[in-house]
Design a protein around this ligand. Structure first.
Ligand SMILES: Nc1ncnc2c1ncn2[C@@H]1O[C@H](COP(=O)(O)OP(=O)(O)OP(=O)(O)O)[C@@H](O)[C@H]1O
Ligand SMILES: [Mg+2]
Length: 335
């Protein structure tokens, strides 16, 4: 993007929540909130000296850091999984263990097979080799052959909330359906439960009659989280659930997910590109590359050197708030 702007003298507007990226790309930054301008200035000035409280809170470093823990009691084990789309094989002998009540982050570049692994676990894409053990019992590769209880206990929050909801269903129907389907709760009780879930994700009953097209990206993502919680699952697979959210809303969602883990013992698989999120919430980390597992271990082990070459490349590619980060990295890699 930056070289295009330089080469063709193009004017660019970069709309994002990702402040570290903006620090590399932008000459000026404008901060918006509730449809109004909060402040605008040169990038370096804005990063080093924000004037408004709201901007300062966006810039503040994440306060959440979960102390890591692990155990050998696995909620889920995937063993030597191969999977393919038609004739194109994308997972090669993937094995991952997910300790009960803990959070395992899966990281790796775009196309490395993270979402595909999630699809295999949920039965949406049956594996061609290997097995999945859930709570001590082998899961059938095919969704249709799993019991309703097995389906209830594993929920996924999809990467793209835009396509994960039926555009014709209201928020009430989207969250209410799993409550009725899995728990047989109807009528007034169902409504109370839907509103309770809306409160958990910091929305209220004014959203009940809205369609997905009438929600912001972050609100859609929160509705998808509420829908997963409605099943009362034991394992939740979160596929890039906070990537579309600003720092403040992100932190709110991460805290909520952690609270559920503490209160209910929910186990998470957390798929993300965002290493800051990984640091904040994970116990263990799995690194994937080209459909294979590079390594799995405790957060402290994976994030601290020495690293395998691929992990080193991945970690060194994470943008930092320093506006010179990209320039320095490119210089270093070309020298
Ligand atoms: N429905 C599909 N049909 C064919 N190939 C697919 C399909 N979905 C994904 N792939 C391919 O499978 C590989 C792994 O994709 P996957 O979606 O698992 O990556 P990912 O790690 O989740 O990437 P990202 O971080 O971009 O979400 C990629 O090469 C991708 O092109
Ligand atoms: Mg993906």
């Amino acid at each position: 993007m930056r070289s295009i702007v330089d080469k063709f003298n193009t004017a660019a507007i970069y709309i994002t929540h990702d402040l570290a990226v903006v620090a590399q790309m932008a000459d000026r930054i404008k901060v918006l909130r509730y449809g109004e301008e909060v402040e605008e200035s040169e990038t370096r000035e804005m990063l080093s000296n924000p004037k408004e409280e709201y901007t300062k809170s966006l810039w503040s470093v994440r306060s959440l850091i979960k102390p890591e823990q692990t155990n050998d009691d696995y909620m889920l084990s995937i063993k030597n999984i191969d999977a393919a789309y038609g004739t194109s094989k994308v997972l090669h002998d993937v094995s991952v263990n997910i300790p009960r009540g803990k959070t395992v982050a899966i990281v790796g570049e775009s196309g490395s097979g993270k979402s595909t692994t999630a699809r295999v676990i949920t039965g949406l894409l049956p594996q061609t080799k290997g097995e999945i053990i859930f709570d001590g019992k082998k899961l059938s590769p095919k969704l249709e052959q799993r019991s309703k209880e097995e389906l209830r206990r594993i929920q996924i929050i999809f990467q793209m909330p835009d396509t994960a909801m039926n555009p014709k269903q209201t928020v009430d129907e989207i969250i209410g359906r799993p409550i009725e389907f899995y728990h047989g709760v109807k009528g007034k009780e169902r409504e109370t439960k839907v509103i309770e879930l809306l409160k958990m994700i910091e929305l209220d009953e004014t959203f009940l009659d809205r369609l997905p097209s009438e929600l912001s990206g972050g609100q859609k993502q929160r509705i998808c989280i509420a829908r997963a919680l409605a099943a009362n699952p034991d394992l939740i697979i979160c596929d890039e659930v906070t990537s579309a959210l600003d720092q403040i809303v992100q932190e709110g969602i991460l805290k909520l997910l952690q609270k559920l883990q503490k209160d209910l013992g929910v186990t998470y698989i957390f798929i993300t590109h965002d290493i800051a999120t990984v640091k904040a919430i994970s116990d263990e980390i799995v690194v994937m590359y080209q459909g294979k597992v590079v390594e799995q271990g405790l957060k402290s082990k994976i994030l601290n050197p020495p690293h395998p070459d691929y992990t080193e490349l991945l970690l060194s590619s994470v943008p930092e708030m320093d506006p010179d980060w990209l320039t320095n990295l490119l210089n270093k890699r070309s020298s």
